[in-house]
Design a protein around this ligand. Structure first.
Ligand SMILES: [Fe+2]
Length: 202
């Protein structure tokens, strides 16, 4: 059975996109020199995995942190517990005729994002397959969407369309105001049933 998505996406523009662009392109080149990606990919182009911890101060981290902040602003309420989101990111490099097959990111993430770094004339849009919506590529624009949404990149018509792409999952992190083991189920200090929207064992 298949049911169409009806999801909200976040679209925003980075205020310092111009100054970040060259730094991000340089970083993409470094990851390319390291051999790119060794894992399965839907990209018929180049997927350049961002490899921590070598690049702890990398400009890509600025985009990732900004993306996480946008998700927090959209979905967290004031008393939300602390969450950590990063589950990996990579640069996608498309030359002429390159494309990405339609895919989703389950079960690896709850949100996925695409940040447009370099979009010469002829750059393909980001396509959401179920709705047919096409997101115009614009340098400095980020699109954050539920990872369940099926998406792809139609055949590209220029050299060097480059995006930075990430997956975000949600995991609990320790609250410094509580004992260190506060987030471990079964520990004495684990919050009691009723504090969360998930069903905990009695
Ligand atoms: Fe994707």
């Amino acid at each position: 059975m298949r049911i169409k998505e009806n999801c909200n996406i976040i679209v925003s523009h980075h205020p310092y996109a111009d100054s970040l662009k060259d730094k991000l392109l340089k970083e993409a080149e470094i990851h390319g020199d390291l051999g790119g990606n060794r894992y399965y990919t839907n990209i018929i182009g180049k997927k350049l995995e961002v490899a921590p911890p070598q690049f702890e101060d990398a400009p890509s981290k600025k985009i990732r942190d900004w993306a996480e902040g946008l998700v927090r602003a959209e979905y967290h309420y004031p008393n939300s517990e602390k969450r950590s989101y990063d589950t990996g990111m990579w640069f996608s490099h498309y030359d002429k005729e390159d494309y990405a097959k339609v895919h989703h990111h389950l079960p690896f993430a709850i949100f996925s994002w695409v940040y447009f770094v370099n979009c010469p004339r002829g750059s393909s849009p980001l396509l959401f397959k179920s709705s047919g919506r096409r997101i115009k590529p614009e340098e400095g624009k980020i699109v954050i969407f539920p990872s369940v949404m099926r998406h792809g990149v139609p055949k590209n018509n220029c050299e060097k369309r480059i995006t930075l792409v990430g997956n975000m999952s949600s995991r609990r992190v320790a609250d410094p105001n509580l004992p260190e083991d506060n987030f471990m189920p079964g520990s004495a200090s684990y919050p009691k049933r009723g504090h969360y929207t998930v069903n905990l064992p009695l």
